[in-house]
Design a protein around this ligand. Sequence first.
Ligand code: GUN
Ligand code: ZN
Length: 443
Amino acid sequence: MNVPHTVKPEGAIRGPVLTFTGDPFKQAPDEVMVYEPDGIVAFGGGKITHFGPAEVIEKQLPPDIEITNYGPDSLISAGFLDSHVHFPQTPMIGAFGEQLLDWLNTYTFPMERRYADKTFASAVAKMFLNECLKNGITTSCVYCTVYPQSVDALFEEADRLGMRIAGGKVMMDRNAPDYLLDTAQTSYEESKVLIEKWHGHNRIMYAITPRFAPTSSPEQLAVAGALWDEYPDCYMQTHIAENLEEIEWVKSLFPERKGYLDVYDHYGLCRPRAVFGHGIHLTEDELCTMHQTGSAIAHCPTSNFFLGSGFFNARRAMQEERPVRVGIGTDLGAGTSFSMLTTLNEAYKAAQLNDYALTAAQAYYMATRGTAQAMYIDDKVGSIAPGMEADIVVLDMKSTPIIDYRMQFVKDIHEALFVQMTLGDDRAIQATYIAGIKRYSRG
Ligand code: GUN
Ligand code: ZN
């Protein structure tokens, strides 16, 4: 861990450091969780160059390097990842009531219409990414709208900030208001132009985005699969098995298929880098297919509670015999918080309702390396180690009077982490670094 990277360090931060070298869902936390009570993380050229105990690393750094010391009440971690979020829903977060299908028709679609206006889209993209940074989220997998200019708006701002962001144009050719519909052909052409323009440009990654089976014709799903064949290192994101009424609808629209996931599988949409939102009501057979195809589920607890969709059983999905990759997602605007700490709190409650307790180690792993693994970028982001991209969040472990008070009584780092995810929110985020550049500083 102390091996210096060949790149010259340009900056460094000091404080307690948390990271994972493996998966605490599979191994004892102490085997895979690294907690360095006084560590230094140095970076240069956008990557981490050094990490280890301060007393060791200090001697390896150039004497003139500036080391920002966040002190003993901080916590340095890899930036958080959000595997499922809709940036255009930022202005309608917390829209009142109803379940998925009514919520889409009443609030979501009318709001998404406004993204035909690029100026509006750019203003929201700016607000959205700023809010991500304020919450320590450094990578997201983002739905835009059916309008290509909404994708440009997101990527232009993400690129300006140097963020590793995945996103894509929603493909939707039926069962939505006319003003939001494309066609199989135009969705193919517009997505292709965006892929050529953006995928692999700096840290931008393209996600082919058929919204969900009910709003795509069989032709459009076939086109999504064909596009993915042409650009196999893109992502594909969609929704699955979120709501019981939605599942019945899919069955009636695709009676020839075995079930919901089989619709996507039939059109070649189950593969590595497929990110399926929700998956609450997936059957055992469907989880096996997810495992066999290397597909991932984005677990979105605040959204699932808000829309009354159910409570996802992450432990079942990750079951040893056929583990499915699971990332965490905020799913704004059905999700009710940008805060990853709040989202982990709700993930804990979803676990409780499935008769198990999500440990702090598992939760923080999920928010960092676990979601990076689900997205197949754990060699780039999600942990603190030389060679990893320098996307870093610094928490304040005493961010409110009650947390400060409560922290007097914790006996170890596990308890301290658990208190943060139970009581903490955006006030706990002291600083966020993107590729070694501080892009957010509290206050
Ligand atoms: N299913 C299809 N579209 C959406 C959406 O925008 N949000 C959620 N939560 N589920 C969906
Ligand atoms: Zn969603």
